[in-house]
Design a protein around this ligand. Structure first.
Ligand SMILES: Cc1ncc(COP(=O)(O)O)c(C=O)c1O
Ligand SMILES: N[C@@H](CCOP(=O)(O)O)C(=O)O
Length: 485
């Protein structure tokens, strides 16, 4: 399998060559040259596989430059009940991504039902662990094979950072430089990252929003000489490896919620950088019977606006709201470009044109183009959720089902309810555990959320972090000072 850039002006490369990088050299994002198609036989065979073996089956369609036995071993080492054991009471850790029915719906096919797909039982209690643990093991494998090192530069709004740092800490051939928005994350998220004392982990808090941090990552990635000299790698979802690993749980969730491969489901996805739902889009393009992908945003509703109106208008950092689902405080969703590439028939010239318009005019409008009608064929619907919605959903979910959900999952549930019907069940992707956002849970419920063992004194650990202005050169200088070349 070879990978091509959404902008069409970069060389096609095999998986291991794009694994360590971020943006393609032409500023686009890598995607497989075509999506593997799953047959009914594949679905039948995969239905009963353990998660690690399902991951191997799916990923081996995308990765043909790692020997099959090595890839299988990496998947089995990654997806264990020990690594993903932070489940809520009663959930089955061996499932890795258990499905919890809130309302089981009608009959054996759960028509009209509502379920959570638990994705946040890994080491940092957010769905980012699902891909990041695999990426850590893949990085280690490929770097060992090549005798190389990498310096990861990432941006986080709260969860990617800790997931990456936990996946990479202590690895001798990887350093992590992680940019986070100063003062914008929850106390738990800050403590998770800033309390790490490992020598290969560097936390940098920039005085801006997530989008400012992501712009710095992209600017460094576009400085090809710096990127090559300092061996800059990526762990954000601009890295194809992240998206590939996230495809797997759409299949696992589908199998967990259905009894036969003739059934359809809706999947509701709390969305920010569009990486998670982009993986769902690709699973659907591969033939997984997803009826609708429900894109749920918070008050930062650029994506919802696009799916409702056909107009894409990213907002500036000054216009980006600071919300109680802070990990989704994103107004320039990187992976949206991957979706648009598919929407415009995979024509990179059209993508280049749209992104030129975006740069010059600040938005693009698909309404007078054939792509507006094409959009309907991709199964997306959308909605947004506010602070008041979030609080009401957290309260209602606790009252009706006895389950405490986090603020992002609450956004997913709120929007899912608006689309729920009697035809299919809807799975809401549970993207984080409530304890990560305990201030808002306390506001909603007047009680502390459940705290898994091992996190008792997290916020009182000593923390270290470098604070910087939003300045690409300052970040480059920091990397230069900490990397010997
Ligand atoms: C808890 C949580 N939910 C949802 C999201 C949104 O996911 P994505 O950026 O892949 O759209 C994020 C991060 O982006 C997150 O950390
Ligand atoms: N919500 C993310 C933001 C970065 O998204 P990514 O999927 O591109 O890594 C976070 O919590 O950091």
């Amino acid at each position: 399998m070879r990978y091509l850039s959404t902008r069409g002006q970069a060389p096609d490369l095999p998986f291991c060559d794009i694994l360590l990088g971020g943006l393609a050299p032409d500023g686009g994002l890598y995607l497989p040259e075509s999506y593997p198609q799953v047959s009914t036989d594949d679905l039948a065979r995969w239905r009963s596989l353990p998660y690690a073996d399902l991951a191997f089956e799916i990923l081996s369609h995308f990765i043909d430059d790692i020997p099959a036995e090595d890839l299988r071993a990496i998947c089995r080492k990654t997806y264990t009940a020990e690594v993903y054991g932070n489940t809520r009471a009663g959930s089955d850790a061996t499932a890795i991504t258990p499905v919890t029915w809130l309302d089981a719906g009608e009959g054996s096919d759960h028509k009209g039902g509502l379920a959570l797909l638990e994705l946040s039982n890994g080491p940092t209690l957010a769905f980012k662990d699902m891909a990041m643990q695999l990426l850590g093991n893949l990085f280690e494998y490929v770097l060992e094979q090549r005798g190389e090192q990498t310096n990861i530069l990432g941006a986080t709004s709260g969860d990617t950072g800790s997931a990456a740092e936990y996946a990479m800490r202590g690895k001798h051939n990887v350093r992590v430089f992680m940019l986070s928005p100063h003062g914008r994350m929850s106390a738990f998220q800050r403590a998770q990252m800033y309390s790490l004392q490992d020598e290969n982990i560097f936390n940098i808090a920039v005085k801006g929003m997530f989008d400012d941090a992501q712009d710095i990552v992209k600017a460094v990635s576009n400085d090809h000489a710096f990127k090559a000299k300092y061996k800059i790698g990526a762990v954000n979802s601009i890295n194809w490896g992240r998206v590939a690993a996230q495809i797997v749980y759409y299949f696992a969730g589908y199998f967990g919620a259905t009894a036969s491969n003739d059934q359809q489901v809706d999947m509701a996805v709390p969305s920010g950088n569009f990486g998670n739902i982009c993986a769902g889009h690709i699973a659907r393009m591969m033939g997984l019977p997803i009826r609708r992908l429900i894109c749920a945003t918070n008050e930062n509703d650029v994506l919802d606006e696009f799916f409702r109106t056909g107009v894409y208008r990213p907002r500036s950092s000054a216009e980006t709201h600071v919300t109680s689902s802070p990990s989704m405080d994103i107004s320039k969703a990187s992976n949206f470009e991957r979706f648009v590439f598919d929407l415009v028939g995979r024509d990179p010239a059209v993508v280049r044109d749209l992104w030129r318009t975006l740069e010059s005019e600040g938005s693009f409008d698909l309404n007078q183009t054939p792509y507006r009608d094409a959009l309907a064929g991709f199964g997306f619907v959308s909605g947004s959720s506010s602070h008041a919605d979030r609080l009401a959903t957290i309260r209602a979910t606790r009252a009706a089902y006895g389950v405490v959900v986090d603020t992002h999952t609450a956004d997913g549930l709120k929007v899912a309810e608006a689309y729920r019907d009697e035809a299919v069940p809807v799975l809401v992707l549970e993207t984080a555990q409530a304890v990560k956002f305990e201030e808002t849970i306390r506001e909603a419920l007047g009680e502390e959320p459940p705290r898994p063992d091992g996190f008792a004194h997290l916020e009182s650990l000593p923390q270290r972090c470098e604070v910087m202005p939003v300045d690409v050169n300052a970040v480059k200088a920091f990397i230069q000072a900490h990397v010997a070349v």
